[in-house]
Design a protein around this ligand. Structure first.
Ligand code: SF4
Ligand code: SF4
Length: 176
């Protein structure tokens, strides 16, 4: 049984442990629900569209070279707190092996050698456009980026609400 506080406001380690526990206990029940299957498929399609937009703006190479500079990159350890149990559960349902990638106190624990290892990312990670991105692109291109990111986030939010209901039903079942 999980409370909202435990799912959303625990430590990074607790939230990851919660996600793995829910996945272990409920995986087949969740993955077989048509409304969840549909949202997961939508997230993949919309994330691919967002990736295409980011690639067209050369954001991946920009961020890779920025991250290699001293003090560069914005995937800090602080940002790893933006992940919550439901977001990590969605990643598990999408086949992502959600685990700590590093043990330093500086970078986000989900930052791997080739960038973020999560398929579904926190809202702040998708909404953050630094000055390099903002000044290197026209306002029209930034609008396209924001539209693509919003579409992903809206679908993530919808799936999160469905998952919370199913987790609550499971809590009630286990309390009977
Ligand atoms: S978003 Fe901006 S600050 Fe963050 S890694 Fe990319 S270029 Fe650097
Ligand atoms: S984009 Fe990924 S690696 Fe970077 S801060 Fe967000 S979750 Fe962490």
């Amino acid at each position: 049984m999980f409370t909202i506080d435990e799912l959303f406001y625990g430590s990074v380690e607790q939230k990851r442990a919660n996600a793995h526990k829910i996945f272990k206990d409920m995986e087949s029940g969740l993955a077989n629900l048509p409304k969840i299957k549909e949202k997961l498929a939508d997230i993949i399609i919309l994330s691919e569209a967002l990736n295409r937009q980011m690639a067209a703006m050369t954001m991946f190479s920009l961020c890779a070279s920025c991250g290699q500079k001293k003090g560069g990159g914005c995937c800090s350890a602080y940002m790893s707190n933006e992940t919550d149990s439901i977001l990590l559960l969605i990643n598990l349902l999408l086949g992502v092996n959600v685990k700590r990638q590093r043990d330093d106190a500086f970078e986000c624990c989900y930052l791997g050698n080739k960038g973020c290892t999560l398929l579904v990312k926190p809202m702040f990670c998708l909404n953050y456009n630094c000055r390099w991105i903002l000044t290197g692109n026209s306002p029209e291109v930034i609008v396209e980026l924001e539209k693509a990111a919003s579409a992903v986030l809206r679908t993530q939010y919808g799936l999160e609400q469905i998952l919370l209901v199913e987790i609550e039903k499971n809590n009630e079942k286990n309390n009977v």
